[in-house]
Design a protein around this ligand. Structure first.
Ligand code: OAD
Ligand code: ZN
Length: 273
């Protein structure tokens, strides 16, 4: 592979430091899931097309709760059949090798990293998980699994009255909401491991960024913290993006162009030596 990559990996191995993986929708593309900003993200509501940035908001949920719920239930039904790919498996292998020196920070809400073998303790799902809901009134912190048989694969369907009654908080009877961080909300520790992610970044010696365009604030912040303290950064993506720019600008960085399912197993192998 790339000389620069081998150099970075062998220098990192000499310091026996901490490794952090930061992933986005691109890693799940090879499991057949559409990326966030791809064409399948768009949604028709009434006569208008909405972008994910408009659908995924508290504002829209207040206005049209069951339409927003449907958008998530539809995506979740499609995600449900997906299996982890070689990229996920390689990241699970890295956790087995590095154990307490390993952290996975993912923007994905599809749960495929957990299905692929990463532990819930070391996997920070900073944008939530589409398989869970929680009380809209915040009467407790409880994450409630969405019943598996609430299943909608028809893009133009509607939630049944029966299912609406199941999307309810068991404690106070309020409507629930998807356990997802929306665009008009802020990161926090309680649900999204915000402070722990920042702390992890400040202790990271090698950051590997996979399949993300860099459109959200916390991931960019994590990249800056690591590079500002002189950590190594490797970006894996089909295209140029904000992290590949960061990796090219950093003295200890490298940007690899290609599929995560091809590149990650090779990196895991180098790191396991
Ligand atoms: P995007 O859809 O913005 O970006 C996906 C990235 O993956 C792009 O840069 C692609 O080039 C890359 N890609 C696609 N297939 C790939 C492959 N096989 N191997 C490697 N790279 C590949 O998705 P995210 O960056 O994850 O937030 O989006 C970040 C966040 O913005 C999402 O979590 C969501 C969204 O708005 C919230 O819901 C809060
Ligand atoms: Zn409640």
């Amino acid at each position: 592979m790339d000389n620069r990559l081998e150099e970075i990996i062998s220098s990192f191995q000499k310091v026996s430091g901490k490794i952090t993986l930061l992933t986005g929708a691109g890693i799940s593309a090879e499991s057949g899931l559409p990326t966030f900003r791809g064409k399948d993200g768009y949604w028709k509501l009434g006569s208008k097309e909405y972008r994910p940035e408009e659908m995924a908001t508290m504002r829209m949920f207040r206005q049209a709760p069951y339409e927003v719920w449907y958008w998530y239930l539809y995506r979740r039904s499609i995600y449900g059949n997906a299996e982890p790919n070689q990229g996920h498996t390689a990241i699970a292998e890295l956790e087995r090798i590095y154990q307490n020196s390993f952290t996975l920070i993912t923007q994905n809400v599809d749960g495929l990293h957990l299905k692929g073998g990463n532990s819930p303790e070391r996997t920070f799902q900073i944008h939530g998980n589409i398989n869970f809901m929680r009380c809209l009134n915040n009467c407790s912190n409880k994450l409630i699994p969405i019943p598996k048989d609430i299943f909608y694969t028809d893009r133009d369907g509607q939630i049944s009255e029966e299912d609406k009654e199941r999307l309810v908080c068991p404690d106070c009877g309020s409507i629930t909401r998807p356990h997802i961080l929306w665009f008009d909300e802020s990161y926090n520790e309680q649900f999204y491991r915000f402070e722990t992610s920042i702390k992890t970044a400040s202790e990271t010696d090698l950051l590997i960024v996979v399949g993300t365009s860099g459109g959200t604030t916390l991931p960019i912040h994590i990249g800056s913290i690591v590079t500002n303290r002189g950590g190594y950064i490797i970006d894996i993506n089909l295209e140029e993006n904000r992290f590949s720019d960061m990796a090219k600008a950093a003295s200890k960085g490298c940007a690899l162009r290609g599929k995560s399912g091809d590149i990650l197993p090779k990196i895991a192998e180098l790191l396991s030596k």
